[in-house]
Design a protein around this ligand. Structure first.
Ligand SMILES: [Zn+2]
Length: 463
């Protein structure tokens, strides 16, 4: 695909029959290995189109921008883009309530809506999204292109091990795999007894690729072992994940690769900024690449909302560049990460998040003024001999001091006192905080077939 056509034509039209030859490394070599200047040019051209489109078609953005006297023409170059107002989850929720049920940001006629999806809605009412058919097809196409980068090919058979529900993760993985020409096995997850049923199916059908959450993959492995099945027998050569930060946590990545014998790929942004695979590791697994020509991802200072330099820490802010049914402009993630533009062995120009996302704000607790991320704790727990995979952090306030307890499960293979001391040292080193350690028998903590909840904050209930 010539670069210039992408810049001139918006929304882009892609050849729906195109699939590269199996031995091709890139889906669109010209774009993926462009120079930084060329990539910036493509990104900025698309940003201008998206802003102009939202200004002309979205009631939500018209009102939002009018209030602060912002006009898309104020933005003259990519550097200026950091002046564009941030969009937050709260604003989207309020808009959905005020203009129920679909909100005032749907820019196509209702009759042209092809798909309605939503957030998983674990707390409160889910946020719903409307996708037009062309958007849906572009999402499939871009996901296929990204899947290509970690080695998926049309000869693969993909097991979807996550709920086929309003949750867009499963559908995004499914349609991407289909567009790539792979076979799919949308088994789903989350129903009682489903994992037990999956085990014989996996042994018989032998999918080559797994998709789900990292906690579910580890749960599946645990169940398989209980039934005397080595998870390597499933024969997955690639396992890719979204919905949780775990696949980017080094010890979890290693554990998944050792358990299943395939490569572990971290992926995913947020449902709101689908195509959510725009942050995904390539086969080299050096942290997620930011596929900037699909969703422009900025890492910004949490207060000033301006870009932090490469090497710095900040909050990812997302702008999908090809959505016409529901544009989202500078969407605030509330996550924390660090980014780099150092070259990756794959040769792609896209910057990377070398440590992935450390965790969602929900998965962080501040204990005596220190930010403790569940992903850091996870790294310690899953590196420790003699422990199971599951853990929960509980923070409580005794007298005036915050106390944080880690509850984890022991395999019973080690002296408890020694184990406690080793966990305590590891957690202190990784987080800077002293934890109370509670060792429980295997199987005590609740298992999840979906997203694990790692943090329980009891401090709010005492006043
Ligand atoms: Zn790479």
């Amino acid at each position: 695909m010539p670069k210039t056509s992408l810049v001139q034509q918006w929304p882009p039209k892609y050849n729906s029959d195109y699939i590269p030859e199996d031995n091709e490394k890139y889906w669109y070599k010209d774009i993926e290995t462009a120079s930084k200047e060329e990539l910036d040019e493509i990104v900025f051209a698309k940003l201008k189109h998206v802003m102009r489109y939202a200004y002309e078609n979205s009631g939500f953005y018209q009102r939002k921008w009018k209030k602060v006297d912002f006009h898309p023409d104020d933005i003259k170059n990519l550097k200026d883009y950091e002046q564009v107002p941030i969009t937050t989850k709260v604003e989207i929720r309020e808009d959905l309530e005020e203009y129920a049920p679909f909100g005032s940001n749907v820019c196509i006629p209702r009759s042209e809506v092809h798909r309605i999806q939503g957030t998983s809605g674990t707390t409160g009412k889910p946020t719903i999204f409307s996708f037009g058919k062309e958007d849906w097809e572009r999402i499939a196409h871009q996901h296929a292109r990204i899947m290509w980068s970690f080695g998926m090919r049309p000869s693969d058979l993909v097991f979807i091990g996550s709920p086929l529900s309003l949750y867009i993760g499963s559908w995004g993985a499914l349609i991407g795999a289909e567009r790539l020409g792979a076979q799919t096995f949308p088994f789903g997850a989350g129903q009682s007894g489903q994992t037990e049923k999956a085990i014989p199916w996996l042994k018989d059908v032998k999918p080559t690729v797994f998709y789900g959450t990292p906690s579910y993959a580890l749960y599946l492995a645990e169940k398989a072992k209980e039934k005397g099945v080595d998870p390597k027998e499933f024969g997955f050569r690639i396992l890719f994940f979204s919905g949780e930060p775990g696949a980017g946590v080094p010890s979890t990545k290693r554990k998944i690769e050792e358990t299943f014998g395939g490569i572990c790929i971290d992926s995913g942004t947020m449902a709101e900024v689908t195509p959510w695979m725009s942050n995904t590791e390539c086969e080299h697994r050096k942290g997620v690449h930011l596929w900037q020509d699909i969703v422009y991802t900025e890492v910004v200072d949490q207060h000033s909302k301006k870009l932090v330099p490469y090497g710095g820490e900040g909050v990812p802010v997302y702008t999908p560049l090809e959505r016409t049914s529901q544009p989202v402009i500078r969407y605030w993630s509330g996550d924390l990460t660090t980014w780099t533009d150092e070259p990756c062995p794959c040769g792609r120009v896209y910057p990377r998040l070398p440590k992935g996302i450390y965790g969602r704000i929900d998965d962080m607790i501040t204990v005596r003024g220190v930010n403790v991320y569940a992903s850091l704790v996870e790294n310690v727990i899953r590196n420790m001999d003699g422990l199971g995979e599951e853990f929960i952090m509980v923070v409580d306030r005794e007298n005036i001091m915050d106390e944080v307890t880690i509850r984890c499960e022991t395999l019973g293979s080690r002296n408890k006192q020694e184990l406690r001391e080793e966990i305590s040292r590891g957690l202190k080193r990784e987080t800077g905080v002293t934890f109370k350690i509670e060792l429980l028998p295997m199987g005590t903590l609740e298992r999840t077939q979906f997203k694990a909840k790692r943090v329980v904050d009891k401090r709010n209930f005492k006043a």
